[in-house]
Design a protein around this ligand. Structure first.
Ligand SMILES: N[C@@H](CCC(=O)N[C@@H](CS)C(=O)NCC(=O)O)C(=O)O
Length: 210
């Protein structure tokens, strides 16, 4: 299989973290990672549009030459294909909770964090937009409080002792914020401690560059 990706972007990074976490647990998936340079606009060129008409990354090319173009669908496909020691957890409750927290992060935090980063200090050269930045900052307060409250029982990771797709999705967005030298955690010591703990993991050390 081949994963078309670009290192800094959150959606590819969450899949890369997932693959690295599985490798640390002993599941080698044999996925070649190929950079599509989005800064140079390669994702909008015919070669990439033939893989994914929406022109986004990540894209997973399966062994039969077909493609998956949604990051969560890619992760769930890999969970199904390599079920031993998978990240979602063994029973329905664990899997439900992992998906729930991952969706909250992706739908309520990741998007606004990306927009906030671009509004503050866009690596794509977009002009600063203080009004948008403030709106995005406001919109992540309740979901960040929710994550802080999850960690209040002393769990080391977002779902407990075991790493989950929620950790991968949140950390992928945080890397982008670090790159643009922005921070949205505010006064949330448990999330800050989680961030340090997660970044010390071998999988994170292998994938994260910022
Ligand atoms: N829903 C898609 C979103 C993919 C996406 O928007 N990827 C971004 C990088 S994080 C991208 O390719 N942006 C380039 C563009 O939209 O032009 C997923 O979860 O994979």
């Amino acid at each position: 299989m081949k994963l078309y990706m670009v290192p800094l972007a959150p959606n590819p990074t969450k899949v890369m973290l997932y693959i690295a976490e599985r490798a640390e647990m002993g599941t080698e998936m044999d996925i070649e990672q190929i950079v599509v340079n989005t800064v140079k606009g390669r994702h909008r060129e015919p070669e990439h549009l033939a893989r994914n008409p929406f022109g986004t990354v990540p894209v997973l090319e399966l062994d039969d030459g077909t493609y998956l173009v949604e990051s969560l669908a890619i992760i769930e496909y890999l969970e199904d294909r390599f079920p031993f020691s998978a990240l979602l957890g063994e029973d329905a409750e664990l899997r439900g909770r992992a998906r729930d927290v991952e969706r909250i992060i992706d739908l309520r935090i990741a998007g606004p964090m990306g927009s906030y980063g671009h509004a503050k200090n866009s690596p794509l050269g977009r002009p600063p937009d203080p009004e948008l930045a403030q709106r995005m900052k406001d919109s992540v307060q309740v979901p960040l409080d929710y994550l802080e409250s999850l960690l209040a029982d002393g769990r080391p990771l977002l779902l407990g002792e075991r790493v989950s797709i929620a950790d991968c999705t949140l950390q992928a967005s945080l890397q982008f914020l670090r790159y643009v030298e922005a921070d949205l955690f505010g006064d949330r010591p448990l999330l800050r401690a989680w961030d340090e703990r997660y970044r010390a993991r071998p999988a994170a050390q292998k994938v994260l560059r910022w």
